[in-house]
Design a protein. Structure first.
Length: 158
């Protein structure tokens, strides 16, 4: 009986795998989503991973796992300004609309937490707006709404 549960869990975690190069399941992803079953445990353990690993876990959790792991945007964003150059590079490198959405969600959370002064980073905001305006799919309006939130919340108090 336990093997059926494990098979079902593997199906849930890997059955909806995206064809995207940046969201392929890895041992890291499998271990994270199997080992830390509860949301609170995932959030607690998330900070123990490198920035690249967090990014991989976050994308996989939002683009493949159902329900999506949107709750990982907050611990990602709580790292503050150090993640901005990393996310900017990822944003520059992708054309994938769901990845743009997921990066925008972390940036929006960063703005909501007032951990980064977006009003002083016209280059990043211009890039994000260009990526959003080039979108054709269902996520365009959501990303544009996130950009509006970033603009209204984007001045740091720190």
């Amino acid at each position: 009986m336990p093997s059926k549960i494990i098979c079902a869990l593997i199906f849930v975690l890997y059955g909806c795998v995206s064809n995207a190069d940046d969201v392929q399941p890895s041992k890291l992803v499998g271990d994270f989503y199997r080992t830390y079953i509860s949301t609170s445990e995932q959030i607690k353990q998330f900070k123990n991973y490198s920035l690249d690993e967090q990014y991989e876990l976050y994308l996989f959790g939002n683009q493949v796992v159902h329900p999506p792991a949107t709750y990982l945007a907050a611990p990602f964003a709580k790292q503050g300004p150090i993640i901005v150059p990393f996310l900017k590079a990822k944003l520059e490198a992708t054309q994938k609309e769901v990845t743009i959405r997921d990066i925008a969600a972390v940036l929006s959370e960063l703005a909501r937490l007032k951990l980064y002064d977006f009003s002083r980073d016209s280059e990043l905001m211009g890039l994000l707006e260009r990526r959003a305006n080039d979108m054709q799919g269902i996520w365009k309006k959501i990303v544009l709404d996130m950009i509006s939130e970033i603009k209204s919340n984007g001045t740091s108090t720190h």
